[in-house]
Design a binder for this molecule. Structure first.
Ligand code: NDP
Ligand code: 1BO
Ligand code: 1BO
Length: 321
């Protein structure tokens, strides 16, 4: 068992985690998937009013220009660029060696930034431009993992990004990547919450020193765990909100965490997670919820049951679930 899983009090008040590169990633960041036209206001509110220093976005979210406006407003309000940690992601249609640099430059332009703190491979599956959901025959292409990673490494050398990492990897894919990587991924971003603990990936990452960021920490909008009776019972006992308990649970596991909200009050609520702890017994209760399942299994994006190359979600996740 990884140290953090064994000792959930160790990271209780970590405001930052240190990456392999030495860079620090703030433990709480603002998610921006499905923030739409509210993204600029959410980002600015989070940074200037609520004290966030970490924002997670992606080309695929279609909000980067809005996020960029929010970042610009925050910087105009006096927050220094170097105090912010901005993450974006390489989308599946750009998952080819000759498209990586172009994709990051487009992202930087949309965000009005000259570097990213972290650039992630969004999903380890390459899609044809304009692929349908679910994909039609021939729309899921071969992914040159080693070739793309080499280009990602070049982005670090060129100073366009400080750290690189992956999302939605399995232990199998991580082991393959590590065989050829010259720069080990600093971060692996994966779905994690008490309803999908994903202990296997957490432990694999810890073994290699790869930091984990937990996405959909509240169970996303599809499985809103803020109404789960186990979570609400612990929240009532600790006099905290269910969202705060879910976010704190993630930090106590040694992961950074990127809750998304479009609402000012919730954005503020979601970072009030310091100077208190989830006691061991309650942490264990949260860590033994039986109904373990992913919210984002990737099926709609990558599975074509008749033509493949991935005919089931089990295949996407290398039969590790
Ligand atoms: P979250 O688990 O963050 O949940 C977001 C939902 O919870 C929204 O419906 C939000 O509504 C609601 N919510 C937010 N705060 C509270 C609160 N205090 N009380 C009750 N409800 C609340 O889901 P996401 O899937 O958005 O994950 C977070 C982020 O992770 C994403 O936004 C994205 O940045 C990243 N991500 C990355 C993925 C990847 O493949 N790498 C995949 C999925 C997510 P409202 O906005 O109305 O407040
Ligand atoms: C559509 C991509 C899933 C959220 O990151
Ligand atoms: C639109 C995202 C769905 C992932 O399975």
């Amino acid at each position: 068992m990884a140290q953090e899983v064994r000792d959930p009090q160790r990271h209780a008040d970590a405001e930052y985690f240190t990456l392999l590169s030495g860079q620090k990633i703030p433990s709480v960041g603002l998610g921006t998937w499905r923030s739409g036209s509210d993204a600029a206001k959410a980002v600015c509110t989070a940074i200037v009013q609520a004290g966030y220093r970490h924002v997670d976005t992606a080309a695929e979210y279609g909000v980067q220009e809005e996020v960029g406006k929010g970042l610009k407003a925050a910087m105009q309000a006096g927050i220094a660029r170097e105090d912010l940690f901005i993450t974006s992601k390489l989308w599946c249609s750009d998952l080819a060696p000759d498209r990586v640099k172009y994709a990051v430059k487009k992202t930087l332009k949309e965000l009005q930034l000259d570097y990213l703190d972290l650039y992630l491979i969004h999903w380890p599956f390459r899609l044809k431009d304009g692929a349908h959901r679910p994909p039609e025959a021939g729309e899921v292409l071969d992914f040159d993992m080693e070739g793309v990673w080499k280009e990602m490494e070049d982005l670090v050398r060129d100073g366009l990004v400080k750290d690189i990492g992956v999302c939605n990897y399995t232990v199998t894919k991580l082991n393959r990547l590590l065989k050829s990587a010259q720069i080990i991924p600093s971060v692996c971003q994966i779905e994690m919450h008490p309803g999908w603990r994903n202990d296997k990936m957490l432990e694999a990452c810890k073994k290699y020193g790869i930091h984990v960021t937990a996405y959909s920490p509240l169970g996303s909008s599809e499985r809103n765990l803020t109404h789960d009776p186990v979570v609400t019972t612990v929240a009532n006992k600790l006099n905290k909100t269910p969202a705060q308990v879910l976010i704190k649970w993630a930090i106590q596991r040694g992961t950074s965490v990127i809750p998304k909200s479009k609402h000012e009050e919730r954005i503020k609520e979601n970072i009030q997670v310091f100077n208190w702890v989830i006691p061991e017994e309650d942490f264990q209760v949260l860590s033994t919820i039986k109904d373990q399942r992913r919210v984002l299994d990737g099926e709609v994006l990558f599975v074509n049951k008749d033509h493949g190359p991935y005919k089931s979600t089990a295949e996407l996740w290398d039969n590790e679930d």
